[in-house]
Design a protein around this ligand. Structure first.
Ligand SMILES: Cc1cc2nc3c(=O)[nH]c(=O)nc-3n(C[C@H](O)[C@H](O)[C@H](O)COP(=O)(O)OP(=O)(O)OC[C@H]3O[C@@H](n4cnc5c(N)ncnc54)[C@H](O)[C@@H]3O)c2cc1C
Length: 402
């Protein structure tokens, strides 16, 4: 684990972006002065003594020696999204000899990488931090020869002569015989007017483990009634004075795993506020206060807090598939396999004289796995399973076209 030294105010939005990225990428760091409240831009000192002032994440990735350009003109398989599904696909594809590239727009691990503790993944009875699980998978994929491109986002796709061509945001083009889309889902927002202003100034989407130590002895609020919110509440209760879990429904059992419900009820400094929504945020530079509204009585109350974590699920990352032959459901999830047969327009566009494979989309050779797939189970294990299964289907597809 590398140890970087960060200079500057730990709570600034710029520093949050850096801290969060390093935490999720399992790059060790320490804060030179945790009590620094200056306006100076963040500075990062690397192990060899190099110091970068106000670096972008790409600058940091470059300095850490991470790959920035694809090595080959064409791949057997290109995978987009390095959450559990994409990482699993990369491990199986590379280990089975496919020339594989994995492209990730942010940090390795996807949503799972932001989880403080995954307790229900097979083989880890004590649980495992999402970032650790992701880092192990990254090492495994690299060991088998997969290429991993970080901080690169696929923005458009076209299909030519049995090849799939994806353009990345920086203009790089990746050509492959088959694709796996593992782009997951994006956190939903509260849709309050000043959300952008408070983002990383007290308001966070998801509950990044990197924030936990900065919640020490504070009252914090987590919005959401799902597993993501429940896990965050338990983890943060080890740091914060009090954790308030704000949920819209009147119970947790309809949205939360049973083991989490039991844990939450047993932790003394977690209080669940039922039938309630956050309706306003206030503060100057940083978040200082939120307004809660009871959704049955309409009663409102103001709460002093500098930390609000929004964990209310999200939408699939498939905007890039609009205006392509890839069929999506109404909510934007990519439709695959038998589900395509019920989809308007599928039969007219599908050319092969076979049905689509279980994880294959409406374009032959283009597969969708994990949370982004219509009908998927939103779990680490099922994403990993999808990734492994899709590689078998990629082999079947490739044996047909080559
Ligand atoms: C805080 C939290 C805790 C959770 N805890 C658990 C748990 O304990 N147990 C459990 O089973 N499940 C848990 N889940 C759910 C689980 O993490 C998800 O179901 C799983 O991560 C889905 O994996 P995925 O690979 O399909 O997608 P994601 O994890 O969403 O990964 C998708 C990746 O694709 C990248 N991406 C998106 N668009 C592009 C693009 N255009 N180009 C390149 N890259 C792109 C994203 O940056 C992201 O890294 C949790 C989720 C969260 C958020």
């Amino acid at each position: 684990m590398k140890k970087l030294r960060l200079y500057g105010c730990p709570d600034s939005p710029e520093m949050y972006t850096i801290r969060d990225y390093l935490q999720r990428s399992v790059v060790g760091y320490e804060l030179a002065n945790p009590f620094d409240r200056s306006d100076a831009p963040p500075e990062v000192e690397f192990e060899d003594g190099t110091r970068l002032i106000n670096p972008s994440l790409q600058d940091i990735a470059n300095q850490l020696g991470w790959l920035a350009k694809p090595r080959y003109d064409e791949y057997d398989l290109a995978i987009y999204g390095a959450g559990p599904a994409g990482l699993s696909a990369a491990v199986y594809a590379a280990s089975e000899g496919l020339k594989t590239i994995l492209v990730e727009r942010s940090a390795i691990g996807g949503q799972a990488g932001t989880s403080s503790m995954i307790e229900n993944y097979l083989g880890f009875p004590e649980g495992i931090a999402g970032a650790q699980l992701a880092d192990r998978a990254r090492q495994q994929a690299l060991k088998f020869g997969a290429e991993i491109l970080l901080l690169k986002e696929g923005v458009s796709v076209c299909f030519k002569e049995n090849r799939i061509i994806v353009e990345l945001r920086d203009g790089t083009v990746i050509r492959s015989k088959a694709n796996i889309c593992a782009t997951g889902v994006e956190y939903a927002r509260l849709e309050l007017p000043n959300e952008d202003h408070f983002l990383y100034r007290g308001l966070y989407y998801g509950a990044g483990a990197s924030e936990a130590t900065l919640c020490y002895d504070k009252d914090i609020y987590i919005v959401g009634g799902g597993n993501m919110a429940g896990q965050a509440a338990i983890y943060f209760s080890g740091f914060a004075r009090k954790v308030y879990l704000v949920v819209r429904r009147g119970n947790l059992s309809s949205t939360l795993s049973d083991y989490l419900v039991k844990r939450i009820k047993s932790v003394k400094n977690i209080e669940v506020i039922y039938h309630t929504e956050v309706t306003a945020m206030d503060g100057d530079r940083e978040l200082q206060q939120i307004k809660l509204k009871h959704n049955i009585t309409g009663d409102e109350s103001l709460r002093e807090t500098g930390k609000l974590f929004v964990c209310i699920g999200g939408d699939p990352n498939t905007d890039w598939a609009i205006n392509t032959p890839l069929l999506r459901c109404k909510k934007g999830y990519l439709v695959t396999g038998n589900d395509l047969l019920k989809h308007d327009g599928f039969r007219e566009q599908w050319q092969p004289d076979r049905l689509p494979f279980h994880l294959e989309t409406s374009v032959p050779g283009f597969f969708a796995v994990g949370d982004v797939r219509y009908g998927s189970v939103k779990r680490v294990a099922s994403a990993v399973g999808d990734g492994a299964m899709a590689v078998t289907q990629v082999h079947q597809y490739l044996s047909d076209i080559i």
